[in-house]
Design a protein around this ligand. Sequence first.
Ligand code: SF4
Ligand code: SF4
Length: 86
Amino acid sequence: MTVDCTACGYCLPCPSGINIPNVFRHYNDITLFDDPVAPKGGYGFEVMIGMTAKASDCTECGQCEAACPQGVPVPEKLKEAVGALE
Ligand code: SF4
Ligand code: SF4
């Protein structure tokens, strides 16, 4: 796993509208399936239909990181995800 996210959702809602666990699912799928194309397409589709704001919309407010029981450094990992998915 690239990001140790269990999709528990405790970090939600994000004030910027980012569906954090979904973004991490797509990001992790790149490694899991050794496929950078399909996860990028899936992420782009979810942005297009309004299921999530873009990961690059993160303002680094830190609210999610404080709420995450897994200790995921969310804003830092979202920046990595932007590089892979946007
Ligand atoms: S740090 Fe980014 S992802 Fe986390 S709640 Fe704030 S805007 Fe949302
Ligand atoms: S709180 Fe942490 S483990 Fe839970 S969905 Fe958010 S990032 Fe993932």
